[in-house]
Design a protein around this ligand. Sequence first.
Ligand SMILES: Nc1ncnc2c1ncn2[C@@H]1O[C@H](COP(=O)(O)OP(=O)(O)O)[C@@H](O)[C@H]1O
Ligand SMILES: [Mg+2]
Length: 410
Amino acid sequence: MTGLRLQLVPRPGRPDFLDLPWDAPLSDWETDRLAVVARGIGRHVVRFVEYDGVFYALKELPHDTAHREYRLLRALNDEGLPAVEAVGIVHRPELEDVLLTRYLEFSLPYRLVLARRPVADVRAGLRDALAELLVRTHLAGFFWGDCSLSNTLFRRDAGALVAYLVDLETGERHDELGDALREHDLDVAEENLAGELLDLQAQVGAADLGEPTELGADVRAGYERLWAELTAEEEFTVKDSSLLADRLQRLNERGFDVEEFELAQIEGGYRLTIRPQVVDPGHHRRRLLRLTGLDAQENQARRLLRDIAEYRGALEQADQPPVSEAALAGRWLTEVFEPAIAAVPKHKWTKRQAAQLYHELLEHRWYLSEQSGEEVPFEEAVRDYLENVLPEIEDERAIIVDQRAPQDDA
Ligand SMILES: Nc1ncnc2c1ncn2[C@@H]1O[C@H](COP(=O)(O)OP(=O)(O)O)[C@@H](O)[C@H]1O
Ligand SMILES: [Mg+2]
């Protein structure tokens, strides 16, 4: 087929996709590479292909929309925002374009969140994840325009959920997002969520998600609370200047770093301003990555860092001389973390991401200790988890409904 043009982001080991039947509409494809995975509902034809155990999503779109979504996704990827990864775009004469993204591994569409219940309180988990995703998107200057449960994927993050952006056809990038656009995004989210919950209740019940309109209102409230916490102006007198240190520490604990702040002198004190563009999420993530090279979600990173601190405490109690942060983290990695993960057979690594698995091992030790009324050694908790918990857990790396089967939109 002449006129076919593939624009791809190169990564080691990534295929060139030239063997796919590009001259046919996506819905007509019949190739061994097709797989049917669990997915959300959408307007366009979306199908999935597999190369050497790695899955990719393909979405058929009109040229301009495809291009816009591709550009925006690449920008979001560069900013480190939680979104599916853009892989490429394919221009085809006389057919719509195809947008390629990497399948987001270990993610759950919302219906599976309801079915598998990855957190104790699903409603609170969805609410917090969506509110935070909107805040992060806006801090980086992006307008989404179609926030909904189906346009989001959810990953486990220790005892919480983290939301990823999937569908960005209506997105826009701005230097700074004004209040009107932020407000507009929240209105759209409220409307979409109410519609989705109505459908859900009609189809499967889902009463524990509350009244259809409530979730959206809660997302808005959570968003506004977090946005204010991050960006509200504060005034303080010279005497209570510890307020500044407190504020920055609170933001760190919440998982955000501030690159710059401004103090302007006013009558009797100062006004503290933090501009949204200089607030960066990922405080614990970055710290864990620097210390150990481990890439985790924010809450997982927070939990692992706490474990490293406890490990330091144990070393100090055993009268071992304190070591540098880096040496301590290195020792924790080789003596504690790696052995625990290595105890899990490799073919079961498709059940959980390593950092999540470690979090669950810690939870399991806590649970066993509570049950027996005494501190259970970690090795024993790992053994018990492998024997009694892991076998019951389903795979989550890619949730394949049916390999090489026809398309299904459910
Ligand atoms: N990269 C991806 N990884 C995992 N699932 C995906 C990916 N891309 C799309 N999906 C699934 O396909 C569904 C539809 O995709 P979406 O981009 O929202 O298409 P539409 O424009 O038709 O709404 C999503 O809800 C999601 O479950
Ligand atoms: Mg969609």
